[in-house]
Write a protein that binds this ligand. Sequence first.
Ligand code: NAD
Length: 363
Amino acid sequence: MTSMNVSSHPEFDGHEQVVMCEDRASGLRAIIAVHNTSRGPALGGCRMWPYLNEEAALRDALRLSRGMTYKSALADLPLGGGKAVIMGDPRRDKSRELLLAMGDCIEKLGGTYITAEDSGTSVADMEVIGERTRFVSGVVKGAEHGGDPSPSTAYGTFIGLKAAVKHRLHSDDLRGLRVAVQGMGNVGFHLARLLRDAGAELFVADIHPELVERAVLELGATAVAPGIIHALDVDVFSPCAMGGVINDQSIDDISAAVIAGAANNQLASRDHGLRLHERNILYAPDYVLNAGGIIDIAYQQGAGDQQAMRAHIDGIANTLTEIFQRAGAENRSTHAVADELAESRFQQSASQVMPVTAARAVS
Ligand code: NAD
């Protein structure tokens, strides 16, 4: 074990543990960051990405693990926040040996960190990792769970979008509501189907024309060019593609009364959240709205059945309504109120937090 200096990193936020895993035989180079375990073990996906260097991987692990603490706290899960990043190209560098070595590394943490699939890893990869560690979720377990959390993420986003519409537009009825969905991937398409079933009028965009075509044919959606989907004259803009879509270039073009989508890190910066507030656009904080997936994964860990999981995801509406009401009463932006509420939940038991250990485990 050799030490790694992380506490001076700009993204370091009192993380409890940061571990570097290396396995020379398989070529594994990975970082596991555990941000906070005061509410429970740190659950978060294992991302595989061809990072430019170790610093970029560390930055991602620190930032994403912190985000998971906030997400799980506001989803009222007995979980903390963690994330694993494997440095490498998933199409070129992923091998059974590398995944098994990753499983060994996770097992050594003794349950402080529980992994799941993420960008660059799949349910099948989690099954391989699971050959070496008990601390893995998001794997196929019988007929009830398919392993893929996307349908639950879409359902939670739908529930949250309805709560936002009720708060801002004072309506429970989505019939005739004009919604622009950016991204027709796993979550976006499921969400669009739920919105169509509820009677909404859909406008959709994706950089892959065949995905748009499918939504047009199967859901009766109107196709829109990716470059203008955020600027449509609609009631709701629903970002379900990539992060940073609310930025200096796009923000003044948005005319929707509500922004409610599943994409992570929609605000390019916190200032953009303030700007939305000043423009009287109701922003449903992304990590509150898209928690259906982590709730699903938590229930795959054995916390309860499908019905209980559904009820838990339905709770996203109450959490959002509390955030909207508090933000309105205090004339503050919704993302600031959400962060504060999350922090109050995971800081309650801060006295139990373990000291930081930054170590390099080489096998
Ligand atoms: P996905 O990769 O299946 O879908 C994303 C889609 O966005 C793709 O079809 C892609 O072509 C499209 N896209 C990319 N750039 C675009 C652009 N500029 N304009 C329009 N479309 C564009 O991913 P997903 O699983 O559906 O996740 C969508 C978002 O939700 C991501 O930000 C993800 O981090 C977030 N999220 C997903 C889950 C989950 O359970 N899958 C959970 C929480 C958050």
